[in-house]
Write a new protein. Sequence first.
Length: 313
Amino acid sequence: MPPARDIPLLCPVCRNPLRFGGDGAPTLACGAGHSFDAAKQGYFNFLVGKGTVFEADTADMVAARFDFLSAGHYQPLADAVAELAMPALAAAPGIRPAVLDAGTGTGHYLRTVLDRAALESSPLESAALESGSADSASPGRVPAAAIGLDISKFALRRAARMNPDAVNVVADVWQPLPVADAAVDVVTVVFAPRNAAEFARVLRPGGRLVVVTPRPGHLAEIAGQAGMLGIEPAKDERLAASLDRNFTPAGARDLDLALFLSPRDVANLALMGPAGHHLDRTGLAALEDGLPQRTSVSARFRISVFERNHPGK
């Protein structure tokens, strides 16, 4: 049984608890009779009713992101996110820590968090927890459970292959999340929307929100010619203001990466972001053909950490 099954999920229709089918069946069902079968690629689709009004990433945008991230260009960012998530994943003995990756995309960042958590877990306690014999005397950590959530089914097809040990769900982050109250220790949000109230609801006491945003100058060498979106003014101030009612800042880390990208890398970088919804594919191909063998690009990130406010703040 994958550790992700330990996370209490809620039905997107009635908000009753969901349970996995017996004998390893890839089905989730609630007591009210609503059920959700896993797609053949391994993810669950929780978009119900009218679905969502937001535009999901397309297949070619997701393919570009997968290829770019698989090349390792942003691996130092993934490593930094995992490092900042670890303190909150150091759960009490015998309790499996859990992470929600909101806007999981292709699952690369979540994969790094889970690998880091597994590396730092106690093999003895992990075995004890799997056998049901873990108790308060067991030292160390246990492997983390995880939910990967995204609005794009094309992204979730990739994420489910990347993270088969997670529950991968197509859902709208602006709707009530299909996760029970106080069910996860960490919420990670890498270049994705932030539903502060819902993140606070699903976090356990002492839980941590880790948010990645671009800093001024991010990809400036190619942004204009590739038709990419600019960095919004006062982005940090707006981030803090949007979270203020539910979270308290607990630190931040700036990360700069010097990248040397091939023409294909540059095209993938342009296509994988929000501008990919509007980019002229023919013009992007012409840009790729005209680029030098290597282009020097600066990636500039801010990784912000927030702690959940105590009730009544």
